[in-house]
Design a protein around this ligand. Structure first.
Ligand SMILES: Nc1nc2c(c(=O)[nH]1)N[C@H]1C(S)=C(S)[C@@H](COP(=O)(O)OP(=O)(O)OC[C@H]3O[C@@H](n4cnc5c(=O)[nH]c(N)nc54)[C@H](O)[C@@H]3O)O[C@H]1N2
Ligand SMILES: Nc1nc2c(c(=O)[nH]1)N[C@H]1C(S)=C(S)[C@@H](COP(=O)(O)OP(=O)(O)OC[C@H]3O[C@@H](n4cnc5c(=O)[nH]c(N)nc54)[C@H](O)[C@@H]3O)O[C@H]1N2
Ligand code: SF4
Ligand SMILES: [Mo]
Length: 735
């Protein structure tokens, strides 16, 4: 047995937890242990316990594959990497010649989050990483990504429009806050696990923790915490109602408003209607609690929040998040000790961007008209929700081929049948993954990727950067995604545009950072740090936020834009206005009669999407998907723990088991994402939750589907679910 210090390579959502990797006699990874001295790593998430099973899983793809069976099946034969690249390159060139380069597209999913991959293939001019420039030099602007249904609202659009910065340019100073709002996120199960540890510490030290969530997550069980249930999707109304109280009672930061904001008077007029009474009706929270919450936020010696997808997946997701940002600024909790703060720019390691590549044609980018603000901040990235229309209907023109990397379109987007149809319609599809996906059933070529344990790279933690050492050789013939694309670029004739190996990569990425590769190699645990500049607060007053060094914010007006000039320019409401989603008890009472429960969907957190679905310890613990339902809703329906139930929406029905609990509010049910793939138990394979969601309901700014506030009914099923026959065979016997 030997061991080595390194970085966990199982998930990329986290900035990379430091681990001690233990190897067995054959040099295989045996287990992981936390490394508290690493930049992040005092605790590992439960997924880390499964490292060995994931890395050496039977279901890992080990060789490139070529389709031999009909589309819709997973019948492939093994081919070499050379053959695979030859086929891909000749097909891409053929399509380029026949129909134009823009008809070949790329899609990057959450499996592409590895840091070097993100930095090297980032689109020039984009504020986010979730796409790839690899086909830009080929001539195609059509690179899609999982930023279209995830993170961009919170991470880019809302903060950029309001304050001119990104989510990652800020932090919540929870270590110093007296009050912490946990708003629409579950840090106890999200990766990395460190945030929940910090919350625990805050609660032990006497901080008040308020959880605004229709589910009682673990944060709501910490000492000194309070659980406020909210009617799903009404968070924007709550934020506006809290602003109403701050303005009504003169509890807001007048000086800030006067000197540094744009649109306060109009906003103040708009929120006049959001009285505690009205907001109570909309949110289901009683008036006293709303009053008390506003006072607490204004009075706290440092109030911060953590927030995520609970606010993103409604019709006005971006605006709701903006409303919370405005609330924080009005309450004087922006950039103060214990508040929601801006990072000091001096405390970062600036990574190189000079080799980033610009879209070859913003005008040909699909979706720039429908989601112009998304396109603006994402370097012209087309919005992936428009992909099926392009492939199936040729609108605005036909995409004929896709290279999909680390994604699962059929299980992650609403309307799986539409995506199936689109993938079937493609002339040529490549998927690249650790395992077979449902999308691969339509792939012509499947490429095997590696976990990050099998590759060299680096991890970035803001003010520090750490080398990622390869821990083991790739399993089978797997290759890191980064290298697969570098080789693709080379074979398409422009490999020189991307670093082709680790030396070139590090040399490039550190150029201009003030550090050298030699320093990185020599540093303790290969960690470079630049964290010494002291904190300063209210940075807008001191010229610490804008690139020109002037006071103010990096927005078009230089102000904190309560009313966004960019949104107005593109025809949206400038103010953070609240809109009901299309399918709620308020907006569609008729439908509510037929579907009287609110459906929320979200990642199944014991898994990392579907990575663990095939491994024995997961199957033992979670043999089937379960929908959380409140005890009284279950009782009304004669449903008991573990019963097989049908969840129905206006779109369709999905079968799961019932998880009956008092930790979810009455009227709300919560179903896991990730079923519907080709791996795992039959019950998981059949439970694609996105049969229930709606492709036609989305946030108008970000284009994000409304994944969390739809109407449904849940009924007990007596019989097991079967596949639906296309035709009833008994019909032939009638008469
Ligand atoms: N272990 C693990 N970690 C992951 C992932 C994973 O698959 N596994 N996925 C990663 C990814 S891609 C993402 S995007 C993040 C997501 O990270 P989170 O957003 O923290 O994920 P969820 O656990 O879905 O938390 C959302 C919370 O919002 C609540 N909620 C639902 N609707 C509403 C609403 O209308 N209002 C309010 N206030 N709350 C609401 C839900 O009950 C839930 O507790 O997690 C990442 N981390
Ligand atoms: N109904 C509903 N749908 C949702 C959501 C919801 O809350 N409700 N959440 C949305 C969110 S937050 C997200 S992020 C999207 C996710 O959407 P996707 O990213 O399209 O879906 P995943 O299932 O996460 O697929 C990730 C794939 O990456 C693979 N993978 C993992 N590691 C690697 C690697 O190193 N290299 C490569 N090449 N592949 C790898 C995995 O095996 C998996 O097949 O889904 C969205 N869909
Ligand atoms: S959050 Fe879990 S899986 Fe992700 S890097 Fe940390 S320990 Fe590994
Ligand atoms: Mo996500």
């Amino acid at each position: 047995m030997s061991k080595k210090y390194g970085i966990c390579g199982l998930c990329f959502h986290s900035p990379g937890c430091g681990v001690v990797v233990h190897f067995d006699e054959q040099g295989k990874i045996d287990r992981l242990e936390p490394d508290p001295d690493a930049p992040v790593g005092s605790i590992l998430c439960p997924i880390a316990d499964s490292a060995k099973e994931v890395i050496y899983s039977e279901r890992r793809l080990k060789h490139p594959l070529k389709r031999v069976g009909p589309k819709g099946t997973h019948e492939f034969e093994r081919i070499s990497w050379d053959e695979a690249f030859d086929i891909i390159v000749s097909k891409f060139n053929e399509l380029k010649e026949k129909y134009g380069p823009e008809t070949v597209g790329f899609y990057a999913g959450t499996g592409s989050y590895e840091r070097a991959f993100k930095d090297i293939y980032k689109l020039k001019g984009s504020e986010i990483y979730l796409a790839s420039s690899v086909l830009f030099p080929f001539g195609s602007p059509n690179t899609f990504g999982v930023g279209a249904p995830c993170y961009t609202s919170l991470g880019v659009l809302a903060p950029k429009l309001t304050m001119g910065c990104l989510h990652i340019d800020m932090f919540s100073d929870v270590d110093n806050s007296d009050l912490i709002l946990v708003w629409g996120t579950d840090p106890s199960t999200s990766t990395p696990p460190e945030m929940f540890e910090r919350l625990k510490k805050a609660s032990e030290e006497g901080a008040e923790i308020i959880v605004i969530d229709p589910r009682k997550t673990k944060a709501a069980e910490l000492e000194g915490s309070e659980w406020i249930t909210i009617r799903p999707g009404s968070d924007g109304a709550l934020a506006l109602g809290l602003c109403h109280i701050l303005i009504r009672d003169n509890l807001y930061d007048e000086e800030f408003v006067e000197d540094w904001t744009l649109g306060f008077d109009e906003f103040s007029d708009y929120v006049k209607d959001f009285t505690p009474e009205y907001v109570s009706e909309l949110t289901g929270i009683d008036e006293n609690t709303i009053e008390r919450l506003a006072e607490s936020i204004a009075d706290a010696e440092g109030a911060s929040y953590i927030m995520y997808t609970g606010l993103e997946y409604t019709k006005s997701g971006v605006q709701n998040i903006r409303a919370v940002m405005v609330l924080w600024a009005l309450a004087g909790q922006l950039d103060v000790e214990g508040g929601r703060c801006f990072l000091r720019r001096e405390n970062t390691i600036p990574l190189a961007t000079s080799r980033q590549i610009k879209t070859p044609g913003f005008d040909k980018s699909i979706g720039k008209d429908k989601f112009p603000v998304y396109a603006l901040y994402c370097g012209g990235e087309p919005h992936a929700s428009l992909l099926p229309k392009s492939v199936i209907d040729g609108l605005p023109y036909k995409i004929r081929s896709l290279f999909v990397l680390g994604a699962s379109l059929i299980t992650s987007w609403p309307n799986p049948n539409l995506w199936r149809k689109a993938l079937r319609e493609l002339e040529f599809l490549v998927t690249t993954d650790l395992q077979l996906t449902q999308d691969a059933a339509y792939a012509d070529i499947v490429l095997p990727a590696t976990t990050a344990f099998e590759q060299e790279s680096y991890c970035y933690y803001g003010c520090s950067l750490r080398l990622r050492e390869k821990m083991i050789e790739p399993v089978g013939e797997g290759r890191p995604s980064y290298h697969i694309l570098a080789e693709l670029a080379k074979r398409l004739g422009y490999g020189h545009l991307y670093p082709q190996n680790q030396e070139e990569l590090l040399e490039y990425i550190l150029s201009g950072s003030g550090f050298t590769v030699e320093e990185l190699m020599k540093a303790d645990k290969n960690v470079l740090k630049n964290c010494d500049t002291e904190m300063e607060y209210r940075k807008w007053e001191k010229g610490l936020l804008r690139s020109d060094g002037k006071p103010g914010f990096e927005t078009p007006s230089g102000k904190f834009e309560i009313k966004s000039t960019v949104l107005e320019k593109y025809g949206y409401d400038g103010l953070p206005k609240y809109k009901e989603s299309d399918e709620t008890s308020v907006s569609n009472p008729k439908l509510f009669k037929r579907y009287p429960l609110v459906l929320g969907t979200g990642p199944f957190k014991p898994d990392m999407k579907s990575c663990l679905r095939a491994i024995p310890s997961f199957i033992e613990k979670y043999p089937y998907p379960a929908v959380e339902i409140n005890e009284s809703d279950a009782k009304d329906r004669g449903i008991e723990m573990g019963d097989t139930v049908a969840i129905k929406t206006a779109r369709g029905s999905v079968t799961m088991r019932a998880y009956v609990t008092d930790k979810i509010m009455q009227g709300f049910v919560y179903a896991p994402v990730g079923g519907g793939g080709p791996i795992g138990t039959d019950e998981w394979k059949q439970a694609n939750v996105n049969i229930l969601t709606d492709f036609e309901q989305f946030d108008e700014i970000s284009g994000f589907p409304v994944y969390k506030t739809l109407l449904c009914q849940v009924k007990k099923k007596k019989r097991k679910r079967r596949g639906v026959a296309a035709q009833d065979p008994s019909l032939g016997c009638v008469g």
